[in-house]
Write a protein that binds this ligand. Structure first.
Ligand SMILES: Nc1nc(=O)c2c([nH]1)NC[C@@H]1CN(c3ccc(C(=O)N[C@@H](CCC(=O)O)C(=O)O)cc3)CN21
Ligand SMILES: O=c1ccn([C@H]2C[C@H](O)[C@@H](COP(=O)(O)O)O2)c(=O)[nH]1
Length: 288
């Protein structure tokens, strides 16, 4: 069992044993199941998961859709798109379909915010968030204002889903580029657990940005403000916690070292080695 699997089990246990039960708190919850029933969770506030240099945040306790996770990052930060049909046609990822509006996009959420033009506070030139970030890491690495933010309050009302993993903060220290990801809300089973889609995809973004700016990937910190397990997911999470992990599973991610420009990465530039996850299939309902 690798370090990330241990973190998964430790935090699952903590949420199950100490989490607040929404159903007992007598307030309405927003999320619903497909049939309209309230989707209650057990949750803990303010968890911090820290991955040190060299740790690939990917669990082997269950198979994670790691390629889809990377494709979603390419769609948001490289295509700078909010178009769910593009995600489906270009990348064959379907799992955002339930959140698209009548025009087939996420409104002003996610890639829309990365594509938005604004005046760079450093250069005065018109730019976008990813272009500014890469430029500043390369040319002004001690800048303490290195962030990308997917939530702009001016646009919040037109977002089909207010981004959950919404803020990244970047710091260069010596040879290393370090990343903190701030997540306001985390669905433990579907996306936000240690070594799940969200942690893995932002680790990959760290590796990509480090590569094109000439740094090594440093520490990755994942902060989750409301960390929850939907009550319907509890039996599945309990099963996953009991899985015996294949000891030879020690995932390593190789990225094509020839890519020097962020816009040139494609999904074929990513190779996952020594990943032997448990293959049990679970039927996971997603709260809407
Ligand atoms: N309640 C909720 N949880 C989420 O994790 C979530 C949302 N809503 N809304 C927006 C996106 C959509 N996300 C999703 C949606 C579906 C799966 C899902 O079905 N996962 C399956 C199969 C993955 C695959 O093989 O493609 C799984 O086994 O994890 C995961 C994340 C993440 N986000
Ligand atoms: O990347 C993602 C996207 C979504 N989620 C989860 C977190 C919540 O369970 C729902 C969103 O519902 P809110 O009421 O808006 O918080 O989606 C995630 O974990 N990761």
């Amino acid at each position: 069992m690798n370090k990330t699997d241990k973190k998964y089990i430790e935090i699952a246990k903590n949420i199950l044993e100490n989490g607040y039960d929404e159903e007992k708190l007598n307030h309405e919850v927003r999320a619903v199941w497909e049939d309209g029933e309230s989707a209650y969770t057990k949750f803990l506030p303010q968890e911090i998961v820290r991955y040190e240099k060299g740790e690939v945040p990917l669990i082997s306790l269950r198979k994670i859709a790691w390629k889809s996770a990377i494709k979603e990052i390419l769609w948001i930060y490289q295509d700078r798109s909010n178009d769910v049909n593009l995600l489906k046609e270009k990348y064959k990822v379907n799992y955002w379909d339930s959140w698209k509006n009548d025009e087939g996009n996420l409104g002003t959420a996610y890639g829309y915010q990365i594509n938005k033009k604004f005046k760079s506070p450093e250069t005065g030139n018109m730019t976008n968030q990813i272009e500014r970030l890469i430029d500043q890491i390369k040319n002004n690495p001690l800048n303490r204002r290195l962030i990308m933010n997917l939530i702009d309050v001016d646009d919040m009302a037109d977002m089909t889903l207010i981004p959950c993993a919404f803020l990244t903060m970047w710091t260069v220290s010596g040879d290393y580029l370090n990343l903190t990801l701030i997540q306001r809300s985390g669905d433990f089973l579907a996306a936000a657990a240690p070594g799940g889609i969200n942690a893995f995809q932002y680790y990959v973004l760290l590796r990509m940005i480090a590569q094109v700016t000439g740094y090594k990937a440093g520490d990755f910190v994942h902060f989750i403000q409301n960390y929850h397990i939907y009550k319907k997911h509890i039996p599945i999470v309990k099963k996953i916690m009991e899985v015996k992990v294949d000891e030879k599973s020690r995932p390593r991610l190789e990225i094509n070292p020839d890519i020097k420009d962020f816009k040139d990465f494609t999904i074929d530039d990513f190779k996952l080695l020594d990943y032997y996850p448990d293959k049990t299939k679970y039927d996971i309902d997603i709260a809407l």
